[in-house]
Design a protein around this ligand. Sequence first.
Ligand code: COA
Length: 328
Amino acid sequence: MGIRIKGSGRYVPEKILTNDDLERMVDTSDEWIVSRTGIRERHLAAEGETTSDMAAKAAQKALENAGITADALDLILVSTVTPDHIFPSTAALVQRKIGAPKCPCFDQEAACSGLLYAFNTAYGLMASPLGYKRVLVIGAEKMSSLVDWTDRSTCVLFGDAAAAFVLENDGNPETKDFYVAGEIGADGEWADILCVPAGGSACPASHRSVDEKLHFLKMGGPKTFHMAVLAMTNACRAVLAKSGVSKDDIAWAVPHQANRRIIDAVAERLDMHDKVYLNVDRYGNTSSASIGICLDELNQSGRLKQGDLVLAASFGAGLTWASMLIRW
Ligand code: COA
């Protein structure tokens, strides 16, 4: 079909919160955080800076990198668990901010697996009778808005960021698609181990919901860890089997950057340590943005060459998981 990743971009807010800063906020230590998670610092959105602000900045960079303007877009798809509002969609706000008149837009939510889910959705829509030619796919998160900054078991883990990609169908049957193989999955039986209890229809905002801190993220850490290793390993194996590609032919393995120990455990099971791209030390877990930030860093620094095969994998609340073999 000729569907390629034509451009990428990222936006990371300026403000950095280090482990030392966190030591002054909760009962924790740099040693505990680094040894349990590999995280050294994370970036936080400025006061008043929203998910759509970050998404629009990443989008502008992706458009520049692709060499197109926003009016050429046929669709905008934003993956986020931290939308500016319940509605309108964050994608609609991005459309207004980047000036992409009339193109359809919507948000998609699969938590930290969201960006890979969104790539699957975009690719499917481009290959469908709708025949979109240029699609902007964004993963953007203001996780700091969901974090209870008094809960040491979660506040050390997350950060804010956005990453964006322009997909383009050049209509040339000779061009190989970026999408080689994919696997997405979910198991709602585990919905409760990672959730934000209030703010939706199950528990609308009330004095009680605020008093009981139910608008903040709650997580069963050890169980999530265990499920993450299983889900990402199995999803990667499934994609390698579907594609018939040997792991030796993979240029980069790009896992969701939630925790260095989860990444190491998956890499060990797949025997792919030497291919793994890591930046969790600098950003923490930026949910939907995480894999996108990695891909853009690799792209902008020239470490991704056209035709390189990249194996990306993620997991998140739902529980959801996804893996994708990308031809750059
Ligand atoms: N600083 C110091 N101590 C902390 C702490 C912190 N920031 N957070 C928790 N602790 C304490 C706990 O209270 C517990 O103390 P206790 O033994 O006295 O009760 C102890 O450290 C061990 O806690 P535990 O939860 O068993 O640690 P862990 O080794 O499982 O590591 C996580 C905790 C959160 C780092 C780990 O479970 C994890 O990464 N889980 C997956 C999280 C994730 O990826 N979520 C996003 C999914 S997309």
